[in-house]
Design a protein around this ligand. Structure first.
Ligand SMILES: Cc1ncc(COP(=O)(O)O)c(C=O)c1O
Length: 386
């Protein structure tokens, strides 16, 4: 049966982060590799309270099939997040990962071109590779995408969309400044390219002021993805898409053929947590909990590595993108680090062409303050043996 597999599957490689997740399931390894929220913080009590309230209403229609685009009460809450947005410009998805897949399914024909940031989110790259399209990458800098390179790519390849993670990017933690945002908006308008804006980390801001999204700057050319995975719980699998109404109709058609709908039960729990303000309060407590972890990693990196590495302190999100200056290929550092008992993700996996890289992605949200210090110390010991 194996020989019958489609090329998109035989050509796909197992995600490196999955490999690392398996490896680090052993408790002996301190893992900076995943991108997981801290499970201790999932708001189980509030979830239980709203679940019980739903059962108490004894309305069995709750468990019936329903609309593919999602529960109106939740769409209304999400719409408030954007300027001048109505609930019918929102649809709910099975996490933002499904939003990405629906975008590909709805917009991409074989041999189309899309543009990604270099580096970019690993699971998006894996997905895009399955769609038989040309993937071109525009370099990312600490203030956003290199807009000159982007313009050349837009002009040359006339891509369908530009996939961008403009706030606390995965893997770099970088955010676009306003100048870069406005230039990207100009280019999208001039070359008629859709901005596929993915913002899962936006709410996790530890300092600085919030910025204007592409969805608000250029709603007619932006498809924005959001998720409750980082603020509520990944297992709820609730993400959303904000797009012009006619695009929502097309995406809903795609979703119907994929999975008919998401679970209403979880959408309603989520909607009630937003209506009551509990989710917003929970996000504030997450920010207060993660900020010291980011600070601990920043100070441990400075203390143990000194000038031998470079990194930009992220204003939010879950990752620090470290340049290990004396290392051309951080895969070698990874092997040594595992032997010392610490894991991170080598940079090469995040580049569209998988080229060797001296960068690595370190996650700080899923380790304790002690583990952060201990893990960075071990990483430096591995680095000194290179
Ligand atoms: C940039 C980015 N997009 C999308 C996702 C998918 O998130 P989910 O499907 O859980 O909403 C992630 C998860 O880590 C991510 O980092």
């Amino acid at each position: 049966m194996q020989t019958k597999l489609a090329k998109r599957i035989t050509g796909a490689s197992r995600s490196f982060t999955r490999t690392i997740l398996d490896l680090t399931a052993q408790n002996t390894i301190i893992s900076f590799a995943g991108g997981l929220p801290d499970a201790a913080l999932f708001p189980a009590e509030a979830i239980e309270k709203h679940s019980k309230a739903l059962f108490a209403e004894k309305d069995n229609r709750l468990f019936q099939y329903s609309n593919a685009s999602g529960v109106p009460a939740l769409k209304e809450q999400i719409a408030k997040h954007y300027r001048d947005t109505h609930a019918d410009e929102i649809m709910l998805t099975n996490g933002s990962q499904q939003g990405l897949d629906l975008m590909c399914k709805t917009f991409l024909d074989p041999n189309d071109c899309i543009i990604v940031e270099d580096p970019s989110y690993l699971a998006a790259l894996g997905l895009f590779r399955m769609y038989d399209v040309t993937i071109k990458a525009a370099p990312l800098t600490p203030s956003g995408v290199d807009t000159e390179a982007l313009e050349v790519l837009f002009k040359t390849y006339r891509p369908k969309f530009f996939y961008t993670i403009p706030i606390f990017q995965n893997p770099t933690g970088y955010s676009y400044d306003m100048k870069t945002r406005l230039e990207v908006v100009r280019l999208a308008k001039e070359y008629r390219v859709i901005l596929l804006e993915d913002s899962p980390y936006e709410a996790l801001r530890y300092e600085g002021v919030s910025t204007t999204s592409f969805a608000d700057l250029l709603p007619e050319w932006t498809v924005a993805l959001g998720t409750f995975s980082k603020t509520l719980a990944p297992d709820f699998r609730i993400g959303w898409i904000r797009a012009p109404k006619e695009i929502i109709s097309a995406l809903t058609l795609s979703k119907e053929s994929t999975d008919l709908q998401n679970s209403k039960f979880f959408q309603l729990v989520c909607a009630r947590m937003m209506q009551s303000g509990e989710l917003q309060a929970h996000v504030k407590s997450l920010v207060d909990y993660y900020r010291p972890k980011r600070d601990a990693m920043v100070s441990a990196l400075k203390r143990y590595f000194g000038e031998s590495i470079d990194f930009v302190v992220p204003e939010g999100g879950m990752f620090i993108w470290v340049h290990f200056k004396k290392c051309n290929d951080s895969m070698k550092l990874f092997d040594l680090a595992i032997q010392k008992g610490v894991a991170f993700v080598p940079g090469s996996v995040f580049f569209a062409d998988k080229h060797e890289s001296g960068y690595g992605r370190l996650n700080y949200t899923n380790s304790s303050l002690e583990q952060i210090d201990e893990g960075v110390k071990k990483l430096q010991q591995a680095y000194s043996e290179l």
